[in-house]
Design a protein around this ligand. Structure first.
Ligand SMILES: NC(=O)c1ccc[n+]([C@@H]2O[C@H](COP(=O)([O-])OP(=O)(O)OC[C@H]3O[C@@H](n4cnc5c(N)ncnc54)[C@H](O)[C@@H]3O)[C@@H](O)[C@H]2O)c1
Length: 321
């Protein structure tokens, strides 16, 4: 199967460079093109990451340009401010909206100008809001635009449960759903350890159903407080999403996709279990949620919906970009 080129926009920064590096060392695609307004930095990142390819079977990492984008290429967007860039303390992801909406609108405009039928993977925050805006502004079908959603939060949940229960991460089937932000929640009611209900698994403690969401949320803030940004976890998470986009058989992951009635929601993008494959993204309706989890999902969707309305009022006129 033909492997697409992956363009990483914002690859001068920590998240973009780590995504590019992970894609290269895992040999997920053969051609990785790095774009950033910080031209010297991105040249340095491309050269540095290209040196890791000595141990691959021929991965090419280079600086790229929008005009090289072709049909079915995958555009990973990581540009814009992170949670330490604008605030004295550590702000929320939604606090980044007013700055990042301008950056993302400009980037989506450049992608749209190429007129190609690409896949967009949004990573910049607030990721759910920007995924929604990217789909509307790009004019691409909704199957072709997705965000990393709660896939990273889910990775953190898997690690937390695996460590507490002394089991392999791979056996943990559990999702964090909703906004990639402070209203996300760990949906544990139907989580399993290799098919065994989590609540019946030896060592499981009932209080985790109320504390683990906050624990994993805090872990992101602790990383940012300690070293200004999180990037290894998201690098691997995005690599998994890109890998799924290159394969015919779908992988279910809680990415952010445009909802059209699934789970009783519409007209936003939010983290829900979705099938990701070379056909794009499709939300899988029917993942079992308890009453409480359903209420948490609705509350989270309301927060995203309000932020989408704010974002729409902030989209700059193309002439001012
Ligand atoms: N979705 C997630 O789970 C997740 C996880 C971690 C970080 N993030 C988000 O990823 C984004 C990047 O974080 P980071 O730590 O890499 O920040 P960073 O400051 O290290 O990098 C941002 C990069 O964007 C570039 N940039 C700015 N405007 C641009 C434009 N118009 N075109 C191209 N490049 C442009 C900058 O030059 C910089 O190199 C943030 O919004 C952060 O919140 C998301």
């Amino acid at each position: 199967m033909h492997k697409p080129t992956v363009f990483v926009i914002g690859a001068g920064g920590m998240v973009g460079a780590t995504v590019a590096h992970t894609l290269a060392v895992k040999e997920i695609v053969n051609d990785i093109a790095l774009i950033d307004i910080a031209e010297e930095v991105v040249r340095g990142q491309a050269t540095d990451i290209s040196h890791t390819t000595a141990y691959t079977s021929g991965v090419h990492v280079r600086v790229g340009d929008y005009n090289e984008i072709a049909d079915d290429d995958i555009i990973v967007i990581t540009c814009g401010q992170n949670q330490t860039a604008t605030h004295k303390g550590i702000g929320t992801r939604l606090d980044l909206l007013s700055v990042n909406i301008r950056i993302i609108s400009a980037v989506i405009g450049k992608i749209r100008e190429q007129g190609k039928n690409v896949f967009i993977v949004m990573v910049s925050n607030p990721v759910d809001v920007l995924t929604y805006i990217a789909q509307k502004e790009s004019g691409l079908p909704k199957e072709r635009v997705l965000g990393s959603g709660t896939a990273l939060d889910t990775a953190r949940l898997r690690v937390a449960l695996a460590e507490r229960l002394h089991v392999s991460q791979q056996g943990v089937i559990a999702y964090v759903l909703g906004e990639h932000g402070n209203s996300s929640f760990a949906a544990l009611s139907h989580a399993t350890i290799s098919g065994i209900p989590l609540r019946d698994f030896p060592g499981f403690r009932q209080e985790w159903t109320t504390t683990i969401t906050q624990d994993i949320r805090d872990s992101a803030y602790q990383i940012i407080a300690a070293k200004k940004a999180t990037y290894y976890g998201i690098g691997q998470t995005v690599a998994q999403i890109v890998d799924a986009l290159t394969k015919k058989r779908g992988v279910v992951m809680p990415v952010s996709a445009i909802v059209g009635g699934e789970y009783g929601l519409s007209d936003i993008a939010i983290g829900l279990p979705s099938l990701v494959s070379s056909s794009g993204v499709r939300i899988v309706d029917g993942y079992p949620l308890s009453e409480n989890e359903r209420s948490q999902l609705i509350a989270s969707a309301k927060i995203v919906s309000m932020a989408v309305k704010e974002a729409e009022s902030l989209i700059p006129d193309p002439g001012t970009l």
